[in-house]
Design a protein around this ligand. Structure first.
Ligand code: ARG
Length: 576
């Protein structure tokens, strides 16, 4: 069990004894000053005021009634009204031993839930670009974390594979009599897409034909569907390569794009009409939402069907929510979509709620993210103002990493060089992305991504490989050693408590979806190790018991780094 949780439980019990309500929050936080205490309660003042009691006296009474059990050594009260908790070193040492021999480092599974994670979701007939980086990398890290915590995770790659642009593409392909579509390269397809779009915007006749083509697709016309499938496959096989290179767990079986819902849309429309949620206006079917205002300050109207009876992105998302709720019976949907779709998604959710498509035991969250910027704080693009292709970015990172490795060791075996530079190049990009608070925009900066110190993948990887080599040199067989971990100084205590907090960190991320918290944690743990290594002997420590204890301790650190990075979808190597 997480220490923090234990402290909260005990404190609340004492608070209730002292007259507080059941749902009070003692606000337990990790103390920044370890000499003063390990944890601190900051919420006592507020509760005392509410109960009209003298704060300091109240805090003292609460502290007195807290059961220290086996895990607390000391509880003190400090001005004006804080309760300080000191954890028992014996408890910490025992816990560390358990963590060391446990594969999942004693991290408990949560109550199993069925969770749909909607992420990556690129559009078809286009190369995946840097804009898809965030959803893909953050979403995949969350998939790994939720699975690690024992949930039944359903990955859904909600690709943009349906809608008027396919009617447009097919019409263009037919008109230009383009043959052998399955042999077309994605680059050519992108070109065809651009040309057909231009034509679509210019020619009314072409627009009309495109709409007819889309209707044929809706009617499942064999020829049209076959061309459409080929177009989709060209993009998918290219995306598959990117997922594989980036070590993303998305496979073909996780694709459940917009087209999957196409046959459900008619019923959705009928149902929304029947329930008097949608109204016809100027030939369009619209849902008016009181909660949202349009530019004129009036009720916002969301279109769910066009005059020509075709459906929209929103109609599909409504059908999708209903499907995930009623058919998949999910307990949770986690969306990883750009912040610009925040309002859109809120509206879609509101409509689904009105239509009673969301079951009681289903919670839905949008974990939005900001934009990747260039050094001039503009959206990250090529010099010509084009989007940067993900593949080019990956290649560049691998090339730069190769240079870094060669600078350190130019005699390295070429095969090993290739393997390591790939792991580092990809790890560095993924780590940089994940180390940023997802809600904020960030500047893409090669120098920072591949820095050897600071909160980067390479820095953490260095700490990891250093520990690896120390443990190897020690020639100690952990399984055969009887000596236990002993905490002999403040630094060891600090590192040990940090180790115990790993579970809290993972738990926190599972609730709020901020993977950068794990990056910060791994970075701090690595710096703690480096500082410790500078100050104390490990291999050359004369006291054998202390030496073994220290090796065990750093071994746990390396295990945490490995598991932590793997949960983020990042590989580790024994040597840089
Ligand atoms: N295809 C969309 C885009 O590239 C993202 C889809 C996100 N998921 C969803 N259920 N709407 O912008």
């Amino acid at each position: 069990m997480k220490i923090k949780e234990k402290i909260i439980k005990e404190t609340i019990r004492s608070l209730i004894l002292n007259g507080s309500e059941k749902n009070c929050d003692p606000i337990i936080i990790k103390s920044s000053n370890k000499q003063k205490s390990d944890y601190q309660s900051n919420g006592i003042m507020k509760i005392a005021i509410k109960l009209k009691k003298n704060p300091k006296k109240f805090a003292k009474n609460v502290a007195k009634n807290i059961n220290k059990k086996n895990f607390l050594k000391k509880i003190t009260v400090s001005d004006p009204c804080f309760i300080n908790f000191f954890i028992n070193s014996k408890f910490i040492e025992k816990r560390l031993e358990n963590i060391l021999i446990c594969k999942r480092l004693k991290i408990k599974k949560q109550n199993k839930k069925k969770i749909v994670i909607d992420y990556s979701s690129p559009n078809i007939a286009k190369n995946m670009h840097v804009g898809h980086l965030r959803s893909t990398i953050i979403g995949d890290a969350m998939v790994r974390i939720m699975e690690f915590l024992g949930h039944n995770v359903i990955r859904e790659n909600h690709i943009g594979d349906w809608g008027h642009q396919y009617g447009m593409l097919i019409t263009y392909i037919k008109e230009k009599n383009i043959k052998n579509i399955s042999k077309i390269k994605l680059k050519e397809l992108e070109d065809i897409y651009k040309k057909s779009k231009r034509k679509f915007n210019r020619s009314k006749d072409f627009k009309k034909k495109s709409k007819k083509s889309l209707i044929k697709m809706y009617k499942n016309n064999k020829k049209y569907i076959s061309v459409w499938k080929k177009i989709v496959n060209i993009t998918l096989s290219e995306n598959k390569k990117i997922y594989k290179t980036l070590n993303i767990t998305l496979k073909s079986k996780h694709i459940k794009g917009e087209s999957f819902y196409r046959n459900m849309l008619k019923n959705i429309i009928l149902d929304l009409k029947k329930k008097k949620i949608a109204r016809k206006k100027n030939g369009k079917l619209i849902v008016y939402l009181k909660k949202f205002k349009n530019k004129l300050g009036k009720k916002m109207g969301v279109i769910i069907q066009n005059e020509d009876k075709t459906f929209l992105y929103s109609t599909i998302d409504i059908a999708c929510i209903k499907h995930r709720s009623k058919i998949i019976k999910a307990n949770k949907i986690m969306y990883y979509i750009d912040y610009r779709q925040k309002r859109y998604l809120e509206q879609v959710l509101e409509i689904s709620k009105k239509a009673k498509y969301i079951s009681k035991n289903l919670s839905i969250n949008h974990y939005e993210f900001g934009t990747i910027l260039n050094k001039k704080n503009k959206p990250f693009m090529t010099r010509k103002g084009k989007t940067i292709k993900l593949y080019d970015l990956i290649k560049k990172s691998i090339k730069k990493s190769k240079k870094i490795i060669l600078e350190k060791n130019n005699k390295i075996n070429r095969k090993i060089l290739k393997k390591r530079s790939k792991i580092i190049g990809i790890g560095a990009i993924k780590y940089f992305e994940l180390s940023k608070n997802r809600k904020k925009n960030y500047v893409f900066n090669w120098k920072k991504i591949l820095k050897l110190d600071g909160n980067t993948y390479i820095y953490i990887q260095y700490a990891y490989s250093r520990i690896f080599s120390i443990v190897k040199k020690s020639k100690i067989n952990i399984k055969k050693i009887k000596d236990k971990i002993i905490i002999t100084n403040l630094e060891e205590r600090k590192i040990s408590i940090k180790i115990l907090q790993f579970e809290e960190i993972i738990d926190d991320i599972s609730k709020n979806s901020y993977p950068h918290i794990l990056c910060n944690y791994l970075y701090n743990l690595s710096t703690n190790f480096s500082k410790f290594y500078e100050k104390y002997y490990i291999l050359s420590e004369k006291d054998k018991k202390i030496k073994i204890s220290r090796i065990k301790l750093i071994l746990i650190i390396s295990k945490i780094i490995k598991i932590g990075l793997n949960l983020l979808g990042i590989k580790t190597i024994k040597k840089i």
